[in-house]
Design a protein around this ligand. Structure first.
Ligand code: AVI
Length: 329
């Protein structure tokens, strides 16, 4: 999942403490890992924008196609009616590219709603609002700055029907137990009949998935290595970036893409802010990120522990990606 950005010194301090804790935990285990949610500093954000435009990275394009071509189908599946007010709550402000397609269709159909993008970054919300005000001046935007669940808890007090958007396969960066807890917490903050529109990447052959995480221009490699650079600068570590190689793997049988950085030599890395040294053997792999791909069975297993059921599944023309409409029971 993408890290929520900092907004104040206090939050910054607690974020650094969290960063230190998670880096130490990840590097201390028998199988090393690092937390992908910290990929998204300024450079990481810019690299992710580049990734979204890569020819190999079909994920963003596929979901965008669904919103461009099938916004009416989405609206129908969400069982929205022009004269019943609802709240459209998006978790993560993003650049709004996909959501704009849906907002345009809702605006055209004279639906009665407020669009509520939720993000910890006021800056991201302000940018999105300025852009939407220009392009969709009739749409009412109510920015919600803060933690996802705190915002949802405060909104739960009113009885208005709600549609939550959680797009971009962001759920795929969570292990299944974390995804289950996350979706469970969403359902706890909704009322019966409310909807969650969940964007997930679908299980497909390695010949399609693997290049998306191993692009020919090396942008994804740089995206992963940037976390080592971030640890160097923020935690005063001495990672020699040139001695780590990006190695993605994908197993179609479990549907999980895994990105590793492999140490090309036996070495010690010292992290001053943790006052700790970590040993890497030659060839040792560090798990950087998982990108889970879904199907109905996997999603159903997760949802069985929550109050959501699958109502509709909408895919792009190649069936690479799905936006699931889930209904709170
Ligand atoms: C944000 N997330 C859904 C991306 C993904 O596909 O897992 C992050 C990413 N990592 C490498 N490329 C893109």
């Amino acid at each position: 999942m993408k890290a929520q950005k900092t907004i104040s010194n206090t939050e910054n301090r607690s974020m650094i403490e969290q960063f230190k804790k998670e880096v130490d935990e990840g590097l201390s285990g028998d199988i090393k890992s690092l937390p992908s949610k910290f990929f998204y500093d300024k450079k990481g954000d810019a690299l992710f924008v580049e990734i979204m435009h890569l020819p190999e990275y079909y994920v963003t394009r596929s979901e965008h196609e669904i919103f461009k071509e099938k916004s009416e189908t989405i609206i129908e599946a969400l069982q929205l009616h022009p004269d019943t007010y609802f709240e459209l709550i998006e978790l993560g402000a993003g650049d709004g590219l996909k959501t704009k397609e849906l907002l345009r269709a809702l605006d055209k159909g004279n639906y009665s709603f407020d669009y509520m993008p939720v993000d910890i970054s006021q800056n991201a919300l302000d940018k999105l609002e300025a852009d939407l005000n220009q392009q969709l001046e009739r749409v009412s935007i109510k920015k919600k700055q803060g933690d996802y669940f705190e915002v949802l808890e405060s909104l739960k007090e009113n009885q208005h029907p709600k549609v939550i958007l959680f797009l971009g396969s962001n759920i795929g960066n969570m292990p299944d137990d974390v995804a289950t807890a996350f979706i469970g917490k969403l359902s706890d903050n909704l009322h019966i009949g409310d909807k969650l529109l969940l964007g997930v990447d679908l299980i497909k052959p390695a010949s399609i998935v693997l290049p998306a995480y191993d692009d020919s221009q090396g942008v994804t490699a740089a995206f992963n290595l940037n976390l080592l650079e971030r640890i160097n600068s923020e935690l005063e570590a001495d990672f020699d970036i040139d001695t780590f190689e990006h190695q993605p793997e994908y197993d179609e049988s479990d549907g999980i893409a895994r990105s590793f950085l492999v140490s090309t030599q036996s070495q010690d890395v010292y992290v001053a802010k943790l006052d700790k040294k970590y040993h890497f053997q030659k060839g040792e792999k560090v798990l950087m990120e998982i990108s889970r791909k879904y199907n109905d069975v996997i999603l159903d297993a997760i949802l069985s522990e929550t109050a959501f059921v699958i109502s509709t599944r909408i895919t792009d023309s190649k069936a690479y990606f799905a936006n699931y409409v889930l209904e709170r029971q």
